[in-house]
Design a protein around this ligand. Sequence first.
Ligand code: NAG
Ligand code: NAG
Length: 167
Amino acid sequence: MKELLVFLLVGCGLAQCTKLSPKCQLKEQLGEAIDKLGNKDLGDSLDIQAKIVCYVNLTSGFNTSAVGEKKVGSSTWKLYGIFQLSDHVICSDGETPSLNKCSKSCTDLLDSDISDDIDCLLETLIDLIKLGFLVPHLEEVGMMYKMILFQRECIEMKPSDFFSECG
Ligand SMILES: *[C@@H]1O[C@H](CO)[C@@H](O)[C@H](O)[C@H]1NC(C)=O
Ligand SMILES: *[C@@H]1O[C@H](CO)[C@@H](O)[C@H](O)[C@H]1NC(C)=O
């Protein structure tokens, strides 16, 4: 009996036990990844987390295998995974010419492990914040950045209100 109790306590991490909502769970994962980077270039961590989670809700709806589309100029981007990352900028589908900034296969962004999606997203954002207008391929990278951090519905919200239920 004692062994069973110990097993239950050890085998049950915070996320599984308390059933965090997808919103709060993603906030935690992003927060941990940003902390791990120890990188001040991203600015206010909570603000970035809120912008990203708000964007995810509006686009993939927290679906890690979502595939979307967006017309950008004369081309059509295919968008992969929970963060809807572009086949022209972030990853490669093997056929479409892509900057492939994260050196990833687009289908790798569709599995349920989003830690690589998060690393790729943060790297891309940090690159642009650091290099600004000097970032290579500004037009495409800037468009991806704008889509993620400047959703009309997400600009005005207060991070502390947005995450109020997350504790
Ligand atoms: C997701 O977006 C919808 C529509 O804008 C909104 O009603 C809902 O509160 C949002 N949910 C989260 C978790 O942000
Ligand atoms: C997630 O997206 C995939 C691909 O578009 C779709 O097949 C699947 O039904 C979606 N899952 C949910 C829970 O909406």
